[in-house]
Design a protein around this ligand. Structure first.
Ligand code: GCU
Length: 362
């Protein structure tokens, strides 16, 4: 009797294990967005998956780092990318997506990519440009007339040249994800004119250009990692920050810094990247695989842009309902913000100035 019971228990346990293993894994213990999780140790091992019957064991298991939460457009597109690569390499390559900055903040992830410690990532252009200063020209304040102009640039020759230029710093740019326009928000006061910016302590990304921009607008920049911003707003270490609608919403920054001004100072696109060392390994497995990676990255970017548009609208509605005070600037004030950052353009090299002309003409 005892033996029968034990056998039954063993079968039940086996079934529970099997049913718990299907589908896209969510690496255990991934932290909530905006929590100081970026310093979390990189020990979140994705759950073991049992390959479907007849499916091959992957020959390469690669890691993809993402600092946004699981339901965010960039993470969802990363899952799609991983899925497409797995299908098109007949299961020979498997990509595990680690979201919520469990593999480190963006700067750390970029460094890891250079040495092949992490294989893929999607990062904001701002921290990336510290590794390849020529990228700054693509994220100057008030550079693009609108999103369409930015896409004409990024999806054209200029965008491809910049993706290719990453080779020199140990990685390859694969595609461009959307991240909308960034706006300032703070806990102190409504911003209705340029003078209102004066003296505010504003968190910026770890980017020299973004520090200069905030200084030019009369505020005081504090560079810090994304995951530290919520607690710094809460404790008053900083008065404000700047970001797009989906980030303002998903980090809950709107709860601790409710004054949001629609100044749209930057459009900071987000490249998907692969380590040069990873591309070598992929090519060694099959010389046609690097092209598959590139093609899946481009397709996943199209998916991300679609998801982004939906998320942007939903986030805007949510933060408005959640009590954020949204301010529009008059055209005269907007012009003052733009004039204030003009010195940043003057500081650019002649080569950059020529690119700026091309962008403006696009
Ligand atoms: C956006 C972007 C992140 C970035 C963050 C930041 O949310 O998607 O990748 O880390 O801005 O302000 O640091």
């Amino acid at each position: 009797m005892k033996r029968t019971l034990a056998a039954l228990l063993a079968v039940l346990m086996m079934m529970a294990l099997l049913t718990g293993c299907g589908g896209q894994k969510a690496p255990a213990e991934q932290p909530a967005p905006g929590t100081p999780a970026e310093d979390a140790p990189a020990d979140t091992t994705p759950a073991e998956e049992t390959p479907a019957e007849g499916a091959k064991e992957p020959e390469l298991v690669l890691r993809y780092a993402e600092n946004q939460p699981e339901d965010y457009p960039t993470t969802q597109a990363a899952y799609k990318f991983a899925e497409m690569v797995n299908e098109r390499t007949n299961g020979r390559i498997k990509i595990d997506v680690y979201y919520g900055a469990t593999l480190g903040d963006e700067k750390t992830v970029i460094e890891q990519l250079q040495f092949g410690g992490i294989d893929f990532t999607r990062v904001s252009l701002s921290p990336l440009a510290e590794f390849n200063k020529s990228l700054d020209v693509l994220q100057l304040p008030y550079l693009y007339k609108d999103a369409d102009q930015m896409w004409r640039v990024l999806d054209g020759e200029i965008g491809q040249e910049f993706l290719d230029s990453m080779k020199d710093v140990g990685m390859q740019g694969l595609s461009w994800f959307d991240a909308g326009a960034r706006n300032f928000y703070n806990s102190k006061r409504e911003i209705t004119c340029l003078e209102d910016m004066k003296g505010l302590k504003i968190r910026v990304q770890e980017s020299e250009l973004m520090m200069d921009m905030v200084k030019a607008l009369g505020a005081e920049p504090t560079p810090m990692a994304y995951g530290d911003v919520y607690s710094s707003l809460q404790t008053g270490v900083i008065d404000g920050a700047e970001n797009n609608w989906p980030s303002y919403d998903s980090t809950s920054h709107f709860e601790v810094a409710k004054y949001f001004v629609l100044d749209g100072h930057t459009r900071v696109p987000e490249p998907q990247l692969v380590s040069n060392m990873t591309m070598d390994k992929v090519a060694a497995l099959d010389p046609t695989f690097p092209d598959i990676i590139r093609e899946c990255a481009k397709e996943s970017a199209q998916i991300e842009r679609q998801l982004w548009a939906e998320k942007e609208a939903a986030s805007e509605a949510k933060v408005r309902e959640g009590g954020a005070v949204i301010t529009e600037l008059s055209p005269e004030e907007m012009a003052k913000f733009q004039e204030a950052v003009a010195p940043l353009y003057e500081k650019m090299s002649d080569e950059d100035k020529a690119i700026i002309e091309k962008i403006k003409a696009a």
